[in-house]
Design a protein around this ligand. Structure first.
Ligand SMILES: Nc1ncnc2c1ncn2[C@@H]1O[C@H](COP(=O)(O)OP(=O)(O)OP(=O)(O)O)[C@@H](O)[C@H]1O
Ligand SMILES: [Mg+2]
Length: 250
């Protein structure tokens, strides 16, 4: 069983789009997959047309296995379950920071359900918080979308520095370039610079900037379903293969 987080401390970089398509790809490959949405915005659940349980409070998420299990929904796709987020998840940080062993609580909560799945994907909210530290400790791999611009580059550096400062394994970090626009010279220059600075930390696959991906919000399904032959779908398929290979190679 592997836990894969889609995480960035920066917002709007493609974490949810990646979580949704990777979850779909793992399930389509026959892996029993759970997409667990940790972001109170609840976008992952929205894309899969599932409604969250209002009864899954922050206390229940971390302490009540039965409630947690009951909040898991099936999806339209075989092998794929969703644990949708509700707005109450915004309290996770306050709640966790008051608990003993506050940085290993997510691992403990997922222990109860991990036997039912081959892969659990975590769609994370954009910040570095107690919840993120839980994610860093729980996940076997952390997939980090990076838009090839100066600010995103800086965000990735901050993440690597955070890992080093807190004795977390940097090798868990698997960056990839997201929303890449081939025509932009700055994108090309940033990609080359980041790849040479972190040769092992970046996957080869790049996800292009694509209107097919934006349309996921209207069609409410993975782009791998709505536009399977598109460049965007092929890129997510490649990202899935590379991620699976990196996770299994551990
Ligand atoms: N490769 C892409 N090309 C074009 N648009 C994209 C791409 N990836 C994501 N988007 C769009 O950009 C917006 C942000 O993407 P997404 O929600 O996946 O980011 P996020 O990192 O999860 O954001 P948040 O930090 O708010 O959770 C969405 O409207 C999405 O449809
Ligand atoms: Mg998101």
């Amino acid at each position: 069983m592997k836990i894969i987080a889609c995480y960035s401390n920066k917002g709007g970089v493609g974490k949810t789009a990646t979580s949704v398509n990777l979850a779909y790809a793992f399930a389509a490959a026959g892996k029993r997959t759970l997409l667990c949405d940790l972001d109170p915005q609840g976008a992952s659940g929205f894309y899969f047309r599932v409604k969250p349980s209002k009864k899954l409070t922050e206390a229940a998420f971390f302490k009540d296995v039965e409630r947690l299990t009951k909040a898991i929904r099936g999806s339209d796709y075989s092998n794929l379950d969703i644990l949708p987020a509700n707005l109450g998840f915004r309290e996770f940080d306050v709640f966790l920071s008051r608990m003993r062993n506050s940085r290993s609580r997510l691992k403990k909560a997922l222990k109860a359900i991990r036997a039912d799945y081959d892969v659990i994907l975590l769609d994370c909210p954009p910040n570095i918080s107690v919840l993120s530290e839980n994610v860093f400790r729980t996940a076997d791999a952390i997939v980090v979308p990076v838009i090839p611009t100066t600010l995103s580059e800086r965000t990735f550096e901050q993440l690597v520095d955070f890992f080093l400062a807190h004795d977390l394994p940097v090798k868990k970090l698997h960056g990839f370039f997201s929303m890449v626009q081939g025509v932009k010279a700055l994108h090309g220059a940033t990609i080359a610079e980041m790849q040479s600075r972190y040769p092992k930390r970046f996957m080869k696959t790049q996800i292009p900037f694509a209107s097919d991906i934006e349309r996921m919000g209207v069609l409410r399904a993975p782009v791998m379903v709505t536009a399977p032959t598109s460049a965007a779908s092929k890129a997510y398929e490649a990202l899935y293969l590379e991620t699976a290979q990196r996770v299994e190679g551990e």
